[in-house]
Design a protein around this ligand. Sequence first.
Ligand SMILES: C[S@@+](CC[C@H](N)C(=O)[O-])C[C@H]1O[C@@H](n2cnc3c(N)ncnc32)[C@H](O)[C@@H]1O
Length: 619
Amino acid sequence: MSAPPSNAGKELKLLHYIYGQPNLDEIRGHPQKVIDLIHEFEKDYPLINVGPEKGEIITQLIDELKPKTMIELGCYVGYSAILFGDAVRRNGGERYLSLELNPEFAAVANMLVELAGLRDFVRIIVGRSDESLHKLITSGDVKKVELLFIDHYKPAYTTDVKLCEHLGAIVPGSVLAADNVLYPGNPPYLEYVRSTVEQKIEAAKEGPSQAYKTTGMTEKTVQSFVGKDDVPTFNFVGNPNLVYQSELRQPQGLRDAVEVTSKTYNVGIVGYGFSAKIFHIPFVKEVPELKLYAIVQRTPKQDDDAEKDHPGVKSFRTAEEMVQDPAVDVVIITTAPDSHFALSKLALEAGKHVVCEKPFTPTTQEADDLIAISKKNNKQLAVFQNRRWDADFVTLSKIVKNGSLGRISEFETHFDRHRPEVPAADSHKWKNKVIPGGSAIYDLGTHLLDQAVHLLGLPKRVTGFIGSSRGVTSSSYEDSFTVLLHYADGSMVTAKATVVSPEDEQLRFWVRGDKGSFKKYHLDIQEDQLKAGIMPQDKGYGREPSERYGTLTTIQNGKPVKEVVPTVEPPTYTEYYRKLVRALNGEGELPASGVEAREVIRLIELARESSRTGRTLDV
Ligand SMILES: C[S@@+](CC[C@H](N)C(=O)[O-])C[C@H]1O[C@@H](n2cnc3c(N)ncnc32)[C@H](O)[C@@H]1O
């Protein structure tokens, strides 16, 4: 059998050119020097590498995503493998896999990779991309696509992505970067990664086809690299439920562009009130792995319409309709507490992860049932205890953990305001109504008790006093509370909230231990900033002014010495959603789980019973 004729004329010339450099030893081990020499060579012999402008787009992605493993389809002479392999290594990655059909190109690339000092980092795999990908994924060598650079046979872009989808390697967080989508152009690929789940389901009805889609491609493109009769080795329809976020990135002055496509967790929000607008949407938008995908708003109004506020986001009238959408991955429930159980159940049983606003549920029984349903459906159930990321609480936690206060004996935590009348604008809110899960102990009690339990663990006994500070009238609800948590070691938590507190500076924390005492006034500023339109990405968001810092008093030489403790720069409520993504990826704990929130609901039930019966109750 005679070997096929070599088609690596100028590529071999490149090897001679680079290895013929008189200062080879100075080049060795320096990826950028090898890249510079390829640029030099290209002045006489144009090559088909990605080039510096589009290369920059990909290196920025690498800096952002810091993939452990990056894969490229189409190595050619190794320009991109050297440029991106170096960037992945610099960003703490572990390996770069480069798939190349042509063994001669792979041989040239291997020599240049070696010269660049990346031999142990870049692995060039010779063969068809579909077969190599299949082997990598089915063998378990590659479990998921982190960052995939697609730069090989144009018709194979879509089929190779479908193959990765079919094998389950494309997961939320996966990013695809496809070269040459405008020039020479790849309309079928762009159409595929930009289509909706409905369009994909429709297209999938045609079933798998044994041919490449080449609509809009030139004859030259279709015939390059492989023969015109080439067909994909596999014919997978892909996974129509995967909806991507996809955008064109085009360097200035270039006729070509890179399409950057990410698989995000698609978020559907139930309810479009204060909680959705202030506490969820701004933070979901901050996390690249989350995409605001759908909003359920029962009755949009002229001046309050989710569809108008968020163009491009799907709009539903009922949660029942929204959970039918297979592209929704996570449902955030922001409605009144008496609907939390039914809506969480609906979403979990439809196979969605759930983030439920606090208070989790009006009863422990409902919380237990939801926890069981989430386990049965193998979906995550989180509760939005966002105040764990209040700057003052993070500061206090730091002081407690570093031992400045010694053994904690008393933890006093307040949420006091002076609102002797229900503000007119708030009168319709569930917080101000007598409904299951309504009233101050559920609204603010969940925050204060969650923080206490998060810091000190579960108490042994509970005493509750729940009252109506505005006075008892026929329509009055329980607007205030004092809850005492008794701990096994003798320490005590006092959690208080009232609406009748005519103070200029409201006490927030007073925590005393055998070594020190920490006192802090004022509530965390994030909520007020959000209400004033200051968003998480804005400068100064979450940062407390120095006049609001707390004070730490310690005993030194027998005397109390006071010092100001700067409030930490908070991770902000965005951290809740960052943590959620890590948990969904299986890389950590939920930011606040249903199981943890259930314990707080139990404490609230005990506090209410204690208040009703006048007894202290065991937990
Ligand atoms: C545009 S070049 C890649 C350029 C390279 N990424 C760079 O920027 O330096 C395309 C390469 O893909 C290879 N190729 C084409 N079809 C392929 C396939 N089905 N599987 C693997 N490689 C393929 C070609 O042999 C060629 O070397």
